[in-house]
Structure formats: structure tokens, C-alpha cells
Write a protein that binds this ligand. Structure first.
Ligand code: SF4
Ligand code: SF4
Length: 119
């Protein structure tokens, strides 16, 4: 990943068309079954080479709804398998072998703590 949409999502739809790589799906297409929008970690590029910051978070009206998540790289794949997540997040991927770009100026601590993308 990437970025993470948490359960404060109000399904407003403001983010979905802002994504340059179609990584976001709505509540009807959320593969986890949760009734909120979902970001595929194997598709999100954190808007690297598209925008200075994640466009979905810029568009989102719900404070704290879109947070950082771990980079979707080989080094951190265990997180997406659920092994290290305390909140039981159920990730679904289409290409588990993908290696996605990420902002290396965002610390792993902030990512693990799911810091807000937009303060
Ligand atoms: S950070 Fe960018 S690429 Fe990732 S889901 Fe948001 S808009 Fe799409
Ligand atoms: S913009 Fe925010 S609140 Fe609206 S659907 Fe996207 S994540 Fe949910």
C-alpha cells in the first residue's frame, strides 16, 4: 500500500474518480465485504509521479479517514497477509507479487500507526 480507508468512510464517492490508477473501489465492490470504500494495496501507487500527495486523501471530506499504510513491497508483504495487524484488517489483492511505488519520506512508524495522510 499505500493508503488505507478506515471505517469512518461515509461512502461519499469523492475519492474514487481522483485515483490515477483506479485502485479504489466502492462499498459494493469492496472485496473484504466491508460496507466502505477500499484501496487495493497492490494497485495504489501513493500518487507517486501523479500528484505531490495522495489525491484521494486530498478529496476526502472525512477527517482521518484515509491514512498511510505499509509500502506494498516484498519486504513488507507479511503485513498484508495479516500476520502483523492487530486490528484484523482483511486485505484482498489481485496481484500479491506486485511491487508498488511509495513515498520514502513517510516513516515506517507513521505507516504502522496509520497516521493521517492529511493533517
Ligand atoms: S494514494 Fe493515489 S494511487 Fe493510491 S488510492 Fe489514493 S488516489 Fe489512488
Ligand atoms: S472520499 Fe473519504 S469518505 Fe468519501 S468515499 Fe472516499 S474514503 Fe470514503
Amino acid at each position: 500500500m499505500a493508503v488505507y480507508i478506515n471505517d469512518t468512510c461515509i461512502n461519499c464517492g469523492a475519492c474514487i474518480d481522483e485515483c490515477p490508477v483506479e485502485a479504489i473501489v466502492d462499498e459494493d465492490d469492496n472485496p473484504t465485504g466491508e460496507e466502505i470504500y477500499y484501496v487495493y494495496p497492490d494497485k495504489c501507487v501513493e500518487c507517486v509521479d501523479h500528484h505531490d500527495e495522495p489525491a484521494c486523501a486530498t478529496a476526502c471530506p472525512t477527517e482521518g479517514c484515509i491514512t498511510w499504510d505499509m509500502p506494498f513491497t516484498a519486504e513488507h508483504k507479511d503485513f498484508f497477509a495479516g500476520a502483523n495487524y492487530e486490528d484484523g484488517k482483511n486485505y484482498v489483492m489481485e496481484d500479491a507479487d506486485a511491487e508498488m511505488p511509495f513515498h520514502d519520506n513517510i516513516s515506517l512508524e507513521d505507516r504502522k500507526n496509520r497516521a493521517n495522510v492529511i493533517d
